[in-house]
Ligand binder design. Sequence first.
Ligand SMILES: Nc1nc2c(c(=O)[nH]1)N[C@H]1C(S)=C(S)[C@@H](COP(=O)(O)OP(=O)(O)OC[C@H]3O[C@@H](n4cnc5c(=O)[nH]c(N)nc54)[C@H](O)[C@@H]3O)O[C@H]1N2
Ligand SMILES: Nc1nc2c(c(=O)[nH]1)N[C@H]1C(S)=C(S)[C@@H](COP(=O)(O)OP(=O)(O)OC[C@H]3O[C@@H](n4cnc5c(=O)[nH]c(N)nc54)[C@H](O)[C@@H]3O)O[C@H]1N2
Ligand code: SF4
Ligand SMILES: [Mo]
Length: 742
Amino acid sequence: MTHETSLPAGSLIAGLRSTFHQPHGPLTRQLQLAPAGFGLGHVPADSKPDATTAMVCGYCSTGCALEIHLKEGQAVGLTPAQSYPVNRGMACPKGWEALAVLNAPDRATAPLLRSERGKLQPVTWDTALSTFAARFKDIQQRHGPESVAWLGTGQMPTEELALLGAVAKFGMGIVHGDGNTRQCMASAVVAYKQSFGFDAPPYTYQDLEESDVLVLVGANLCIAHPILWDRVMRNPHRPAVVVVDPRRTETAMYATQHVALRPKTDLELFYGVAHILIDGGWIDRDYVDAHTAGFEEFAAHVREYAPARVAEVTGIPCEDIYRLARTIHEGRRVSFWWTMGVNQSYQGVRTAQSLMNLALMTGSIGRPGTGANSITGQCNAMGSRLFSNTTNLLGGRDFGNATHRDEVARILGIDPARIPKRDSWSYPEILEGILAGKIRGLWVVGTNPAHSWINQNQLRDIFSRLEFLVVQDMYDTTETAQLADLVLPAAGWGEKDGSFINSERRIGLIKKVARAPGQALADFAIFRLIADYWGCGEMLQAWNSPEAFFQTLKQLSQGQPCDFSGIRDYRMIDEEGGIQWPFPVDRPPQGTHRRLFEDGRFYHSDGRARFLFESPRSMPEPPGEKFPFLLLTGRGSAAQWHTQTRTGKSAVLRKLYPAGAYVEVHPADARELGIQPQERILVESQRGSVRARAFVTPLVQRGTVFMPMHYETVNQLTHASFDRYSKQPSYKACAVRLSREA
Ligand SMILES: Nc1nc2c(c(=O)[nH]1)N[C@H]1C(S)=C(S)[C@@H](COP(=O)(O)OP(=O)(O)OC[C@H]3O[C@@H](n4cnc5c(=O)[nH]c(N)nc54)[C@H](O)[C@@H]3O)O[C@H]1N2
Ligand SMILES: Nc1nc2c(c(=O)[nH]1)N[C@H]1C(S)=C(S)[C@@H](COP(=O)(O)OP(=O)(O)OC[C@H]3O[C@@H](n4cnc5c(=O)[nH]c(N)nc54)[C@H](O)[C@@H]3O)O[C@H]1N2
Ligand code: SF4
Ligand SMILES: [Mo]
């Protein structure tokens, strides 16, 4: 490629250029030969390690294990674990720098309470917790139990998420709680539940190496899951790699076919591919007959998606659509993978299902190298999906099901009447509840909505209506902590024990290898204290440590698809190199790599997967005369994590990405508007106007622009629209205009 381009200076992109069939190409070297200052580079000469212990990384859902080097029980450095089945000696820059961000000067070290003069001031834990209980109880007394709610996270151990959910719902009588996983995974969750009968990503990472065709949709692995991309590079079968993404991403550069469709036309594309597969008789009829339901209706639906029509909508020439269909047909082991380009859409659920349909109709599931595979985002997104007690009752059960409520009540030893009989409101419904005056107290744990939620102007207006906002975070400088009435200082990854569940359903451990600063406490301890101050602490008697509570979680999982009751204890997880669910007590372990649906039985009562489909919807805010560009947002570099509260604290990582917001603009569009490379320009939507540096690059399509989400201003532009089934925000489509600064 010799396009004129001005990529962010110092971007990792430059280090990611390697040819695909190069198992130890520059990417591998880039990651292993990290700049001086990574990992053990931090170890002072007098603190030679005397022991090591392995634990899972606290950033992304890949779940790499890091070997922590200890001196007298305290971490002094780290290296990626060599023998762990996930990463095999690799880590991305965030993992290498994971310890460095714990000592940041803005760590929250004491509880802070907003004084009458409006300033956040340090108080004792006793004052903080008494105030918390008194204010929330007062609101509930005046406005009913539903008037306080919480927003949680996918970045805390399962034990903490489940404890929060249990204390809040069964102890404090809170009805509504949701997590930042709504921003991320809700569409995949709903798609799996509707089609397969349970929220169950079916794959094992080994499938990345065993496929001969990989179809990656709206997933930029090179940046967002670099170690999974490394697994693709290790695939010995010379696979076809099809990347479906409107942008020519780092990942698309390595694809054997890049399908650069018009944004949000995936549904038409995959219905068109299904049309060709059916037309050509390229389907696995035996599989469809034996294991699925609804195929005939689906076939009738896609009859209308003839290639010529699909080409017109997607901008992909007919021959390229045929080529994709033929690649799928000719592949023996075909796998479909998707991430936020699919989930974060006003039609995310149906788009995910359009991929699941392709896997089902070609029998590409339950065998090595196959699957309809949603890649998760945060380190414990899967734990949050199944055990946070938000919209599912603990263990993936239903709040509306009396038998399920009785089971949970029996295991926890509580009165079943304490369990709400209905689901929580979702995140956007909680925000609407605040706007309507129904919710007046909010407890935000391990997420930063005042940066990450869609349409910030609206969010800030909504938060300003709260009577009491509590923020529990590692740092007291986050955008959300700045708005809080009470800040509770939390220990982070590396400062506490617990377990995470990664994208391939592997349960791994995190450990306390560093002391939390000042008076910061593990979230587990904070939840127990809150229960005590609330007066429901007796419920928690037996759960005095994460590992003790893990034993209860095992019981809660028993008999569910996510059964892991066969895991003896934390030590067994350590010894096995993580353990994938299902792992029931009565079934012997089946090796280190396990996938679901090998017997063709899905979780619906008839054992069959469903073909689900629907006509595409129109884009909620398409570009028009006043705002002619479509804004896409997403991850910018492998060194940045979300709202940057953690990664922004590492001097090494800061060198790897641009300090200020930037916007990728196509050269032809830049020329038309007279925009020079690197020039600061205005990006405006109906909701706001922000400044950003122009990166002029043909990697984006004409008429579209891209901004990374890591800069606070981005969500001042986004338009609050949602998938109707999953309520996941559509972060990747709103109309903007560009202009040169006056
Ligand atoms: N370095 C880093 N890694 C991360 C994270 C991070 O913040 N930083 N976050 C983690 C989390 S929580 C998540 S959820 C994942 C996200 O991982 P990804 O989903 O891979 O990341 P994104 O950049 O949000 O979106 C992926 C791609 O979707 C494309 N896209 C936009 N619109 C469309 C469309 O209409 N159709 C298609 N097919 N594609 C489209 C974008 O161009 C983008 O390249 O990353 C995880 N890993
Ligand atoms: N425009 C746009 N917006 C997006 C996206 C996009 O693609 N585009 N992506 C969305 C997605 S997929 C996601 S997942 C969200 C992420 O959005 P957020 O969840 O808001 O982002 P983070 O920066 O990860 O925030 C996590 C917070 O938890 C704190 N924290 C970390 N560890 C702990 C802990 O152990 N305990 C406690 N109490 N706190 C802790 C961190 O300091 C940080 O403040 O952003 C969403 N927003
Ligand atoms: S790829 Fe993900 S899990 Fe692995 S080191 Fe990087 S951030 Fe951590
Ligand atoms: Mo996410």
